[in-house]
Design a protein. Structure first.
Length: 500
């Protein structure tokens, strides 16, 4: 019997009313295992209404109450991390160890939210004028929404809702329809932790659900992670409807390798960062920029390591890489490899013919490595989101930094070198929001914020960290004067208030 995933509204499961369902496949077999209900406008409205009603009490609840619930939620996440990872593997396809890592990174933000009291401390200035004090405080916005991608169905929602809830907001999540089960499991754990009904809601669906969240007058802010075209659309549409927006888009992350680098370490890093999670990460290294004469040696070292990666079902403990999320996506990724030679690239490894015995209908693709890729090739220009690594050659550091900065994306980047002066120049000169020095995937820890530059971010705030707290709150300044009982009346004064 096919499993059905329904909405979570007002603290309980709500069956889909539209009669429209989307298929959820097991990427390792290609079989449809689950159907997910697609919301109509009325169902989105019901979720927002539940969140708005819950905000009346949650928004004024004590910090102690909010954080105590989040502490209980964190404990439940720890207890259920294997179960959540199994749901991720079954619907996304990533190997179990990678799914566990995803839950662990989400837990970092729950940790941050449990200690949100520090970030929410206000400021006070006394006696700015005679018996006048000024205080700055931060208050929640109200109902906020999160629209999240398929590649991290647990982690990316946890980049958003723990901070939003901790700061007093209520939340409506629209997860990817390709792997929706993890979000419902999280909703159940929040309810078990004691979160009041309506504070966290989940509606599934497609563009109908997204557009309604973007235009709904009671939704005050929207957080999004996904591709650049959709991020731009989310930002434009939600902003036009008067909402605060953080929309994180796509990436083409470069790794600059200087001639003095430890090439074995660089090759290890390139393979790990390019092919982990089958390349379906916005922080994947997809372009290695080799400087000077090291190119041939570096490519050979990458090839040797890449050929040894074991690809198989995500629930097989021996698998290091799983399938891609859908057949359509698998075929699109393959097209970049099959067309690479015609665009001037050298195909070192071609994984497009790969399959797994006994799982021939799965969404399989092997490791691909393209060398001497021109910047005009589609494999370089587009975000592939699959296990395809491109290598570009440049003559100098200056050529490399110019190439990287010419990219319309600016999510993450890395440099591999033993030269501290070169590394320092790089971190100051490169146009990207996250920079690694001998670190291939520089995803910040929870108490620093995640976000890119240029076409990788639309909006003014990065996600989680201090930026997350600021995004989900708004500042208010209160100026007070309490008259002393001995004061005589001062009379009317139409002049500008004096600060002395």
């Amino acid at each position: 019997m096919t499993k059905i995933v329904n909405h979570w509204i007002g603290g309980k499961t709500v069956e889909g009313a539209s009669g429209t369902y989307g298929p959820v496949t097991d990427p390792a077999t290609g079989a449809v295992t689950t159907k997910v209900a697609f919301a109509i406008v009325d169902e989105v409205d019901a979720a927002v209404a539940a969140a708005k009603d819950a905000f009346q009490t949650w928004g004024t609840s004590s910090l102690a109450k909010r954080t105590s619930i989040l502490f209980k939620f964190r404990a439940l996440l720890e207890e259920n991390r294997d179960a959540i990872a199994e749901l991720i593997t079954a619907e996304h396809g990533k190997v179990h160890s990678d799914a566990l890592g995803e839950v662990a990174r989400g837990l970092e933000i729950v940790d941050l939210a449990c200690g949100i009291t520090v970030q929410l401390k206000g400021e006070l200035s006394t006696e700015v004028a005679s018996r006048v004090d000024v205080a700055s405080i931060r208050q929640p916005l109200g109902v906020v929404a999160g629209i999240t991608p398929f590649n991290f169905p647990a982690m990316v929602p946890m980049w958003m809702f723990p901070i939003a809830i901790a700061t007093g907001n209520t939340f409506v999540l629209k997860p990817s329809e390709k792997d929706p089960s993890a979000s419902v499991k999280i909703a159940e754990l929040l309810a078990e932790a004691g979160l009041p009904d309506g504070v966290f809601n989940v509606v599934h669906g497609d563009k109908v659900a997204v557009d309604r969240l973007l235009e709904h007058p009671d939704v005050k802010a929207v957080s999004f992670v996904g591709s650049t075209p959709i991020a731009r659309y989310i930002h434009t549409t939600a902003s036009a409807n008067g909402k605060r927006v953080q929309a994180l888009g796509g990436a083409k992350n470069h790794m600059l390798v200087l001639p003095d680098a430890d090439l074995d370490a660089a090759a290890d890093a390139a393979v790990s960062a390019a092919y982990g999670s089958a390349g379906e990460r916005c922080m994947a290294i997809s372009a290695v920029v080799a400087v000077g004469s090291i190119g041939d040696t570096l490519v050979e070292k990458i090839r040797e390591r890449a050929e040894k990666i074991k690809i198989g079902p995500g629930n097989d403990p021996t698998s290091e890489m799983g399938p891609l999320i859908t057949k359509v996506h698998r075929d699109k990724v393959a097209s970049y490899v099959t067309g690479a030679a015609a665009e001037g690239a050298e195909v070192v490894l071609d994984g497009t013919g790969f399959t797994v015995d006994g799982f021939e209908d799965g969404h399989w693709i092997g490791i691909s490595l393209l060398d001497k890729v021109p910047t005009t090739a589609k494999a370089y220009q587009d975000e592939i989101f699959g296990p395809v690594l491109t290598v570009l050659r440049v003559d100098s550091y200056d050529d490399g930094i110019a190439l990287i900065n010419a990219s319309p994306f600016g999510n993450g980047t890395a440099i591999f070198t033993r030269d501290g002066g070169a590394a320092r120049r790089f971190q100051l000169e490169v146009e990207a929001g996250m920079v690694g020095v001998n670190v291939p995937i520089p995803v910040p820890v929870g108490y620093h914020s995640f976000g890119g530059w240029k076409d990788s971010l639309f909006g003014d705030h990065h996600i989680y960290g201090n930026d997350g707290t600021h995004f989900y709150t708004r500042g208010k300044v209160v100026t007070t004067r309490w008259p002393d009982p001995a004061d005589a009346p001062t009379g009317v004064d139409l002049g500008f208030p004096r600060n002395h």
